[in-house]
Design a protein around this ligand. Structure first.
Ligand SMILES: Nc1ncnc2c1ncn2[C@@H]1O[C@H](COP(=O)(O)OP(=O)(O)OP(=O)(O)O)[C@@H](O)[C@H]1O
Ligand SMILES: [Mg+2]
Length: 419
């Protein structure tokens, strides 16, 4: 704002001192000039509610210069609540006595990684006490059939062990989830734990193998012991092919020993695995040692398919929830256009659309919600990733379908006309 304009506005305000929009404009000009003495005199005892968001930012800037932090923060917060694009972390930091809080990211899976395992003795313990965000089936879009089967085959035996014992059914053992990348295997494993109120331990095998050279077997044993102690519990081995890769492919004896250890832990020779559910996930099931599939081990093998149309709608809705949305957003047509997209791909579409809306908001200096056009533009930027996996899986299902292990894949392919 140039000096002449400012002088004109001052004169106008002198003539009508109650004109709040005018006051707001002048505060803007004064904030630019860092003229806080005059600014605060004009602001007087006005409250944030008296001013529009931009004027509130000007007032907050002036108050920051005068080191009236608390009042400044009230103006700043009011502005940002009404108009999030005005967020200005530097100003906020100047007004805060405490450093500005950085919002924490998405809940992370607890991964048994090298960092956690270092140090003397009892390392495995550190796995078991950190609090975690609960995920339930509600957070998983679609996959209704799988949810039903997990309820029946996995959760019920955990919830009613005596009943199962009477019928001489085991409550324990393992379930192997397999399917294309990004379609919710890890998410489903977490949700299963959340649904049965069990403790959930996520073990990333690739980390285990790197870290535990030599001592691996003992550590693996300790993990199972801990899981048994805190039963009911779900022990989740992601990328299980890393440990259960066909033994003829693994040259080193140490990894062969680890496989044997893993198998005997799963057998739970004293029947002590009650209440411990071992979940495994892999996107290369054909690389998993068949010995892992024997009764009592991963004897239940479940296919986690790419989301169908209804599931894609659900996944999109889950990821769009709690974001500012325009009225024209319709997930139906988007679901129709995204055949072959995985859940992770769809999440990426939403993220990209949100980026577009943020850019538009910054340009407009006002919150622009995510609209259908943003989502459609995002679609063209994100490619579906499940096709390649399905092509490979089809070959195994056709030519190496021992014991009908890939029947579910064949079903899926024929339902979707890809067989
Ligand atoms: N059915 C779904 N509902 C909601 N979100 C989903 C779904 N499937 C995938 N996602 C999203 O995609 C992300 C990746 O999914 P997840 O890690 O479960 O895939 P995965 O099958 O384990 O893949 P990978 O084989 O690469 O390990 C999830 O964190 C979630 O945000
Ligand atoms: Mg995964």
């Amino acid at each position: 704002m140039d000096d002449a304009t400012l002088a004109g506005l001052r004169a106008a305000l002198a003539a009508s001192p109650d004109n709040l929009p005018l006051l707001g404009m002048i505060l803007g000009g004064l904030a630019e000039r860092e003229a806080h003495e005059e600014g605060l005199r004009l602001l007087g005892s006005h409250a944030p509610d008296d001013l529009d968001p931009k004027a509130c930012i000007a007032a907050a800037t002036l108050l920051a210069l005068a080191e009236e932090r608390e009042r400044g923060l009230a103006f700043y917060r009011s502005a940002v609540t009404a108009a999030p694009p005005l967020e200005d972390r530097e100003l906020e930091a100047r007004l805060s006595t405490k450093p500005a809080e950085v919002p924490s990211g998405k809940p992370q899976l607890r991964v048994l990684s090298s960092g956690r395992l270092e140090g003397e003795g009892g390392e495995v313990d550190t796995l078991f006490d950190s609090p975690q965000q609960t995920v339930t089936f509600e957070d998983v879009g679609g996959l209704d059939d799988l949810k039903k089967r997990i309820r029946r085959k996995v959760m019920l035996p955990m919830q009613k062990p005596s009943l199962f014992k009477r019928f001489r059914k085991r409550a324990g053992g393992g379930v192997l989830l397999y399917g294309p990348p990004g379609c919710g295997k890890t998410l489903m494993a977490r949700a299963t734990a959340g649904e049965c109120g069990a403790s959930f331990f996520n073990v990333a095998i690739s980390d285990v193998l790197d870290m535990w050279f030599g001592e691996s077997e003992q550590k693996l044993h300790d993990i199972f012991v801990k899981a048994r102690e805190s039963s009911p519990s779900v022990l989740f081995f992601d990328e299980v092919e890393a440990i259960g890769g066909r033994r003829r492919h693994s040259q080193s004896t140490s990894s062969a020993n680890l496989v044997s250890q893993f198998l005997s832990e799963m057998d739970g020779f004293d029947g002590h695995n009650e209440g411990v559910l071992v979940l495994g996930a892999t996107n290369v099931p054909w690389a998993v040692d068949p010995a892992f599939r024997r009764p009592g081990r991963f004897d239940r093998v479940l296919f986690v398919p790419p989301p169908d149309r209804a599931a894609r709608e659900a996944v999109l809705s889950i990821h769009l929830a709690e974001r500012p949305l325009a009225d024209d957003v319709k997930v139906g047509p988007l679901a129709k256009k995204t055949s072959g997209y995985s859940g992770a791909d769809l999440e990426e579409v939403v993220e990209t659309a949100a980026d577009l809306a943020i850019e538009a908001s910054i340009e407009a200096d006002a919150e622009v919600p995510i609209c259908q056009a943003h989502l459609i533009e995002a679609l063209s930027e994100v490619r579906p990733t499940t096709t390649e996996w399905l092509t490979t899986a089809r070959n195994y299902a056709r030519y190496a379908n021992e014991g009908g292990q890939y029947d579910e894949v064949l079903d899926f392919l024929s339902k979707h006309g890809k067989r």
